[in-house]
Structures are given as structure tokens and as C-alpha cells.
Design a protein around this ligand. Structure first.
Ligand code: RTP
Length: 157
């Protein structure tokens, strides 16, 4: 218990189009890798409108909803979707992403280090076990798109 790679919790993390455009894909991947989390799903796509509307279904009544969907789907830059696995990765992933409004996000978090605008906040991370499961199913529904694999030696020393 607690050794890297031995706990099967998974979360959905995405680099949004502004993050891809700004060359921050490697930065986001690197932070999760260095923390010790395991990458088990990865894809680059301009997501279909239906997918993004389902992903953000709980925000459909918000005034910024249409703008949010357009920003995610207009193809000016793609989205990088990822599934990360490891101990407490849902909660820790949110902590690493930082607060929704970058002005409230602590330095040391991705949003707190790289952005200023809630409408251009670089990354997404699932906020609960339920949303992680739903979002992984939405973005990685195809057979074999999430890969079970092992670091091999689960002890560092
Ligand atoms: P996310 O789902 O993208 O990780 O973001 P979150 O949980 O931290 O925040 P949530 O409240 O679910 O909002 C989802 C995304 O909607 C956009 N947003 N724009 N006032 C605005 O213009 C506004 N508020 C939210 C952001 O892209 C936010 O991440």
C-alpha cells in the first residue's frame, strides 16, 4: 500500500487548447510523472462538440457555457487528454492543477504558475471519483485506450 504504482485510482487530466498553444503539454506531463504518477491514457484531439457539452454538462446553464464549448472545440488548438493513475491521484491532481480561478491558485500549482484568466486556465482535472469515472469513459471510451501496465520494480531502492 502506498508504493508508487500500486494503487489503482485514476483521474482524467486535460491540457486545454490554450495550454497546448503555449507549449505547456510537457510541463503538465512532467509534473505528474515526477510526482510518481503513471500515465495510462494519452490522446491529442479537437474534441467533438457533443463530448465537450457532456463533459461540462453541469455548467450548461452558465453564461460562459457557449464560450467555453467554443474555446474547447473550435480547433484553433487541440486538447491533450490524459488518464493518470496512482495513490490519491484524483485529489492530488486537483491540488497540482490549482484553484479554478488562477488569481486564487497558489504558486506551485499549474494554474498558479502559468496563468491569470479563469477562461484560459490551461488544464482540467476531475474533481471527484464519480466525475473521474464519467470523464474517463467519455474521453477514453474505446477498447484499449486506457492501458494497464506496471512500473516493474515498485521499490525505488
Ligand atoms: P475544470 O473542470 O476545467 O477542471 O475546472 P474547474 O472544475 O476548476 O472549474 P468549473 O467550475 O468546473 O469550471 C469549468 C471551466 O469553466 C471555465 N469557466 N469559465 N467565469 C468564467 O468565464 C468561467 N468560469 C469557469 C473554466 O475553463 C473552468 O475551468
Amino acid at each position: 500500500h502506498g508504493k508508487p504504482g500500486t494503487v489503482q485510482e485514476r483521474t482524467f487530466i486535460a491540457v486545454k487548447p490554450d495550454g497546448v498553444q503555449r507549449g505547456l503539454v510537457s510541463e503538465v506531463i512532467s509534473r505528474f510523472e515526477r510526482r510518481g504518477y503513471k500515465l495510462v491514457g494519452l490522446k491529442l484531439l479537437v474534441p467533438p462538440t457533443d463530448l465537450v457539452k457532456q463533459h461540462y454538462a453541469d455548467l450548461s446553464s452558465k453564461p460562459f457555457f457557449n464560450g467555453l464549448v467554443d474555446y474547447m472545440t473550435n480547433g484553433k488548438a487541440p486538447v491533450v487528454g490524459m488518464v493518470w493513475e496512482g495513490p490519491d491521484v484524483i485529489k492530488q491532481g486537483r491540488a497540482m492543477v490549482g484553484a479554478t480561478n488562477p488569481l486564487s491558485a497558489n504558486p506551485g500549482t499549474i494554474r498558479g504558475d502559468f496563468c491569470l484568466s479563469v477562461g484560459r486556465n490551461i488544464v482540467h482535472g476531475s474533481d471527484s471519483a464519480e466525475s473521474a469515472q464519467t470523464e474517463i469513459g467519455l474521453w477514453f471510451g474505446g477498447k484499449g485506450e486506457v492501458v494497464d501496465w506496471s512500473f516493474g520494480n515498485e521499490e525505488w531502492v
